[in-house]
Design a binder for this molecule. Sequence first.
Ligand code: FES
Ligand SMILES: [Fe+2]
Length: 378
Amino acid sequence: MNAQPPIASPLLDHCPEGLPAEAYFDPGWFRREQSAIWRKNWVLAGHHSAFPAGEVALRKIGGVEVIVLRGPDGALKAFHNTCRHRGAALCTETRADFNGKLIRCPYHAWAYDTGGRLVSTGFGTPTKDFDKRDHGLFPVALKEWNGLVYLCLADDPPAFAPDMGVDALDNWPMERLVVGHRAEKDLACNWKVFWENYNECLHCPGIHPELSDLVPVYREGVMSEPERRGWQGGEAGPALKTGARSWTLDGAPCGAEFEGLSAEERAAGHTFVTIYPSSFVVAHVDYVRVVTVTPLAPEQTRLTAEWLFLPETMGAPGFDLENVTGFATLVIAQDGAACELNQRGLHSPKFTAGRLMPQEFDIHRFHAWVLEALQAQH
Ligand code: FES
Ligand SMILES: [Fe+2]
């Protein structure tokens, strides 16, 4: 007996317009999004291992430089990369060694402790009207989730809300995973073009022959069974083709499967968790992939992908890293080319906005989310 309610079709009942074309290249749009979206939401800064003790990491979120460091107690802290004296950058490199105790401004040597408190004004000798306590570093909200470090520049950060819930990955041993492979790629497209491509599978049969072979439902241009035309409800079957267990070149898991997964999670073959605007996590039965999206300019977006494994999986005899990373690397390259193709055509003065198909319901939701954020800014 099936206690689950039937899964309803998510298909749209109409074909809405997309965002106006200028949303994808206009510098004004880009600036508004930086402030209304990228400086308001939780943005992935990296896997926790990217922030070892004794180093300061430099990140840029919504055009704002942020430093992340580990205090003596091991806790991570983040601050604006801005000295309270006359505003100089405290770090100029992605990583600068520091003594683990003080962050010293390279300009006039004001120094701050790892809690951001001003402890020295260097050769400057303040008068009584100056209170060090009023001149600490500007803090940035930081949250660790499943071994991933998120930052939020808002004074009053929103709830951390992955689309599948904060507990979506609770059955995976996320805290124990290590980064086994990392790839970075700059795409000539707007960041929203990337997310739109992520949010539909109409392109799968044409763009991803290998992926569509691994995930049979993708051959029909949909992401899951309930999106099939004429879906009557019921239970969706296994996502991967018979015999395949994971997203690898040969479909075999790269090592022992994670122990704590439910039968549904194993049958799903992939569990996607999306945290707009900067990241998504794909959890498989044997490894996890984390992708970060960073807008560099209206038509330039950096993509960073990390493959996470249990240390014992990587250390096991016969572990074949290339068999794992090769598959998603191929898919990412195919998607990247599609995104650049999309961006290139947007510049026609005749193209004012696209029209979405019913299967593009997730793009429609994404557009609504973007527009709502921009409107809330006013
Ligand atoms: S600007 Fe940093 S010490 Fe002067
Ligand atoms: Fe794709």
